[in-house]
Ligand binder design. Sequence first.
Ligand code: SAH
Length: 212
Amino acid sequence: MIREQLQSRGITDARVLEAMGRIPRHLFVAEDQQIEAYSDHALPIDDGQTISQPYIVGLMSQALRLSGSERVLEVGSGSGYQTAILCLLAREVYSIEQSRLLAEKTVGRLAQLGLKNARVFVGDGGYGLVEFAPYDAILCAAAPPSVPDPLRQQLTPQGGRLVLPVGGAQRQFLLLIERTGEQFRARRLSAVRFVPLVGRYGEHSDAGDRTP
Ligand code: SAH
């Protein structure tokens, strides 16, 4: 997985490669999917969600340029695989997931791996997690139709970085947004396909206000 799916496609950040080499991905998928755990694609997890393709986890992790001292927010814990990688790459990880079942599984898996620097919350991550803001980096793993303003505003003003997919069901781009004061510079990294962000900042925001 590391050589064929990551290094050969430009994932070169040594810390990202090391972290992805250390976290056993098969622990994050259902038993009947374990044979596929290291394959080059996303896989179904509970509640109709997916664990991201390894390359996409590598690409998003690398884009955040983490050195180990950062406070990071993750929106959409999913299986908790990306959360575990972030635990190895940053100092403090806050992860918010709308599915209680998935959040509980993530907590169990992180504990099983002895990872203690993440806190997992259940709620609508489109609002970010204002209690612990600002964040040096934010990673959002579900696609809103446009960038949720709270995520932008919860970035550290000097050099905060946000990576997220933006778009509809058919067409999405992975964006890297960097903040300098009130300036936000966006760059497209790749065409991608993520599950939609639900809740207030999702496509159909009639789900009502579900503040965390
Ligand atoms: N990177 C994860 C994949 C996450 S899939 C992994 O590798 O396992 C996206 C996740 O975002 C899903 O678990 C979904 O439940 C969650 N999600 C969607 N909208 C959300 C919202 N508004 N707030 C929090 N989580 C959300």
